[in-house]
Design a protein around this ligand. Structure first.
Ligand code: 5GP
Ligand code: MN
Length: 345
């Protein structure tokens, strides 16, 4: 954690007079981006600031319960409002992303900003500089870092109420894949503190995960039955979806969330992917087990990044070409990884 005088500056800035604060989160916001932003929004509003949240794209339907999310500025629809909020902001906080690529067109307006900047993020190899940085790749989630920011930088443990605890939990729950990766003793201690603050974790779990519509279950069935490929020799399996699938199943943003985890359920799998044909590009989501580092795979072959066991990127397509290139990348990458793990074990 960044400590010392910088931390004192931020504390003074955020506990002083009313400020206009802008919280920025990445495209296709997930539970961690949303939970982090809305937990921090609530805390900053309670100490008297005016807070705006902006994102390039809309939030997924299973986060509609988040208080204030209906007022989120969406860059794709309201670019001028986002731009004005950047001009007005005295403080801008970058949450849950480490490269301006992930906020698309919003990035260009930041060049016009005069604000003090704060980065709170847990992605590896940050490409963003800010006046205050809390960048810790070992943290489970940005939400965990926001929690620690509220406690140790703002020094306001008293502001962790039930609503803040629920939002922090939403971020932790989703970014650890339901506590399946990036857990630590520190994280479970934080969970205990969130429970003490009144967290109803089962309620939030149901809101996020058990709130599907029928079309979602039918899409899972279709994906596993018709769009599932298993390359045993590379211990890799993936699901792909084309534009027709998007039409047939009325797939909207967020509807494919979690699909990438199904191939991981096979015992011999070390690498899983979800390859989706978007309007102008092909998106690739990657997951891995153990030491297989998909951040490297995403960075090297797909112009992306992320974490060791969860990463993503893009390919220009068309879909068949993406799958061919993915096969070549996996062949190279997994073979090297398997060799490494043999030579070290
Ligand atoms: P998901 O597969 O859930 O979309 O993304 C998993 C993780 O991969 C995210 O937390 C994010 O860190 C990273 N990620 C996904 N897509 C991209 C991308 O296009 N560029 C970069 N740099 N990281 C990405
Ligand atoms: Mn995150």
């Amino acid at each position: 954690m960044t400590e010392g005088s910088q931390g004192n500056d931020v504390k003074a800035l955020l506990t002083g007079d009313k400020k206009h604060v802008l919280l920025l989160i990445h495209r296709n916001p997930d539970g961690d981006a949303i939970g982090s932003a809305y937990a921090l929004r609530r805390v900053l509003r309670r100490i008297g600031h005016e807070v705006t949240v902006a994102c390039p794209s809309d939030y997924p339907f299973n986060f509609r319960w988040v208080e204030g999310i209906d007022k989120m500025l969406v860059g794709d629809r309201q670019p001028q409002k986002v731009r004005q909020s950047i001009h007005r902001a005295q403080i801008i906080v970058y949450l849950d992303f480490n490269t301006f690529q992930r906020i698309d067109g919003i990035a260009q307006y930041l060049e016009e900003a005069a604000a003090y900047t704060i980065l709170i993020d847990h992605h590896k190899e940050p490409l963003i500089r800010a006046d205050f940085q809390l960048s810790e790749p070992d943290a489970s989630s940005t939400a965990e870092l926001v929690y620690r920011f509220i406690l140790h930088v703002l020094d306001r443990a008293d502001l962790i109420d039930r609503a803040v605890a629920e939002l922090i939990y939403a971020g932790i729950l989703t970014d650890t894949g339901k506590f399946r990766h990036n857990t630590s003793a520190r994280l479970f201690r934080i969970m205990a503190e969130l429970k003490t603050a009144g967290l109803d974790d089962l309620k939030i779990f149901d809101l996020i995960y058990n709130s599907l519509q029928e079309k979602h279950l039918r899409l899972i069935g279709h994906a596993l039955h018709n769009r599932f490929v298993h390359w045993q020799e590379y211990r890799t399996a993936f699901i792909y979806l084309n534009k027709d699938d998007y039409r047939q199943f009325d797939i909207k943003r967020g509807d494919t969330e979690g699909l990438v985890n199904y191939p991981m359920m096979l015992s011999d799998i070390i690498l899983s992917a979800l390859i989706t044909e978007q309007q102008n590009t092909i998106k690739i989501s990657l997951r891995s087990k153990g030491d297989v580092d998909v951040q490297q795979l995403a960075k090297r072959y797909f112009n992306g990044g992320g974490h060791k066991n969860a990463a993503g990127g893009y390919h220009q397509g068309p879909l068949e070409q993406t799958i061919n290139d993915f096969r070549r990348a996996v062949a190279e990458f997994v073979t090297a990884q398997m060799k490494n793990s043999k030579s070290t074990s």
